[in-house]
Structures are given as C-alpha cells and as structure tokens.
Design a binder for this molecule. Sequence first.
Ligand code: MRU
Length: 346
Amino acid sequence: MELNTVKYENGELYILDTTKLPSSLEYVKMNNVEDCFNAIRALKVRGAPAIGVAAAYALVLSSKVARKTSFQEFYEDFRKDKEYLAKSRPTAVNLFWALDRIDAKVIENKDRSISEICKLIEREADLIKQEDIMMCRKIGEHGLTLLKDGMGILTHCNAGVLATSKYGTAVAPIYLAKERGMNIKVFADETRPLLQGARLTAYELYHSGVDVTLICDNMAATVMKNKWVQAVFVGCDRVAANGDTANKIGTYNLAVLAKYHNIPFYVLGPTSTIDMNIPDGSAIPIEERDKKEIIFGFGCQTAPEDVNVYNPAFDVTPNELITGIVTEKGIIKPPFKENLKKLFNE
Ligand code: MRU
C-alpha cells in the first residue's frame, strides 16, 4: 500500500488526512498557507518529519502569491507566512527546522530574480522530502542492527510511514526486517487521547503484513512482565542537547516501565529532530490541546462536559532512561551530552 503523507504534484499540494484513518484514505488539497496551518494544527498531517515537509511545501504555496515587485516586498510576505506557520504547533522542532532552512535559501539567493527564488524554494521543499526518505531508510538500517528474528518490540503513537515521507522512524527497522524475511512481533500502544497507535500504527503495520498486536496504553506493563517484548522503539518530536526527549504523551511512562523490567528503550529519529539550542528537556515547549479531545474521545461524550482536563500532547523522557538514540548517522549512546555534541561537530 502506497501512503504518501505530503504529495506535491504538478504544482498542487495534497496531504493525506490522517484524522480520517482507519475508516477512509483521503487526500485533501491545500489551496493556501492557511489550509496548511489548519491541517497541521488539526493533526491532519502530523508526526515530526511530516510536519516539517508540509511546512516546507506551505512556503512554496506562500511564494506563489507573495508580492513580486521587489525582493523586500516578496520577503516581507514570505516572513509573515513563515511566522504564521511557526505558530501551528510548538513541540516538533522539524517544523522550525524546515521553515528556517527555506528561509536561509531565500536569503542566500536574495540577489537572484524572484522567479528564480520561487523555483529554489520549490526545489528545497522537494529536497527536504527526498532527504526525509533517505534519513528514514538509514534510521531503519541502523535500527535493524538491534533486531533479531522472533523479537517483540513495543511502540507508542505513530512513528511510521504516516508520520514521515516513507518508512517512518521507530517503525523503519521493522519494515526493513520484514523485507529481509525476519519475523518481528510488534505491540502497538493505542495512544490516548487521539489514538495514533490504533488508528495509524496498527493500520499501516497490519496492511503491510507485519505481525502487530494492538494494546491499550495501560497494558504495556503486563506485556513487559510477560516478556513479550525485548525492546521499546519510539519516535521523537524534539531531542534536547543532553538527550532528554519529547515524544507523544505516555512515552515517559513506557521508559520508566522499561527500566523496571530491564528492557532497552530506544528513541529513533532524524538529526533534524535534535535541537542543540535546547540544553535539556525542561526547555522544550509542550503543546497542550483542547479538553474536547479527552471529553469526546471516541466520537461520543465520555466525561462530564465541564470537568477540568489536563491534556499535554507530549512528555519528556529523561536521558538516563534512554538506551540509545538511533539517527540516520548511527546509534548514539550515553553520555548523550558529549556524544551528541561530537555528532554535530563532525
Ligand atoms: O501529536 P502527533 O501525532 O504529531 O505526535 C507524533 C509523535 O509523537 C511521534 O512519535 C513523533 O512525531 C515522531 S514521528 C516519526
């Protein structure tokens, strides 16, 4: 099954609306920057790498309607849209990384004609998408070295094809293992409140013929105690310079459980998700979402409408609970502060 989270074809931008899964597979056309902002905010396109790719193409749409009489006017319009898009979601650093990368390309080429700059913006967005595919493949290859035939892996949220341009991050090694005829048994947390594990991870793994078992989030301890999983693989939205990692709410719980059960806990993500400007997890902005996501969780009311709700979309796993960070450049081991610094200085 070919799933393409962000599709740019013949000058038109489409995103796969993941909020409609698993019941229907629908691509929606993005007509302007506002459509892209709303799609990111509403989680139609979600997952750190896919958000970055969508934001890059949103700037392609922006460049098409920006004023073109002078570079200054063009850049003013471009910056306005860039700043607007940066407000769509706060946690996944790939959003800001992609926006800044396109911005840098524009500035670097400010002496060229505006039509040339527009082509360069489009080319940079294409590159971001192609590189995402390559990085995910490499993450898969490095992650594969941690797998043995017959192993059980627990994963949380969706860090698969539906969160990236291909393969995924946490799920990439599992696809590569499948390609090589290995049998890996995946346990997927359903991931309350928005059920990305059930709606997306179980969906894409099931349709790819991977042996996947869906569990509710509160079953992970039992699965570990039963010795059904030998490692935990999760994605990431932002990794701080010391290795503290923000990922979907509930990831931290899993890391604590894994430590107790002596199970290795791996974070998998591209280096574009590592934010060396943030010294530790306490500085990572954590998105809080609408209480309705919890009160009307399953399409019907499941709690008193006016009850107080706390709904953070992410949590931060302290680096001491992480066994390794699998990137496209290899597996980073503790001490993360030193080893991440080395990686970025290379
Ligand atoms: O709120 P979401 O669905 O965007 O959260 C996504 C996650 O937490 C993923 O695990 C993370 O972005 C990594 S995706 C490769």
